[in-house]
Design a protein around this ligand. Sequence first.
Ligand code: GAR
Length: 230
Amino acid sequence: MSRDGLPLGRAASPDDPLRVAVLVSGRGSNMEAIARAAARGEIPVKVVKVVADRPEAGAIARARALGLDVSIVDYRALGREAYHRRLLEEVEASGAELVALAGYMRILPPEWVRRFERRIVNIHPSLLPSFPGLEPHRQAIEHGVKVSGCTVHLVDEGVDSGPIIVQRPVPVDDGDTPETLAAKVLEVEHRAYVEALSLLASGQLVLTGRRVVRRALEAHGSTAEGSSSS
Ligand code: GAR
């Protein structure tokens, strides 16, 4: 395998944390898991901004309770174009290096994705490429899979289609409903998202083709690649 690749994230440290903006639409439990891990010093990450696309999002109160800088950019009030312009201004003004979508239920337009190429990550509650889009837990149960899970991936111009950084499995039991499966997967999501950010803040991840791989330091100072999920 080639040793070259496009670097993802950077080598951050407690004194120079990776600056992350988190976009949310709903409850915000993933945002909270990231912010708490960062505040505990588990990962060299600083949540510099939380942006909610709707004023009703439960994530707003959660983020404020954590002392985070929150902006509400109301999609319905602004309309599509003005919304995305404003969102860009908020994220750029925050100095964020990475954008983390955490229960963000809108599709970012291609020009937005290009602007932050390889610097937007998302979490989706299925083992992609299975069950992208809406109602992944219902899709998984109706399909009859025995294992589902979650995926943290880079955002590209498609829907839930970008290169995979971390995946974690969750067994589907016979009695599971979309709701019970969602609850089991959500617990795993919180750890998976923190793990993905930890990798991105290690400076070791590179993108080769569609593969996100870890470039571990070798004893003699050169580099070798390993799987990012190892
Ligand atoms: C999470 O399960 C997340 O994976 C999912 O929404 C939930 C948000 O929960 N995201 C998507 O389905 C995106 N396509 P949270 O607001 O408590 O983090």
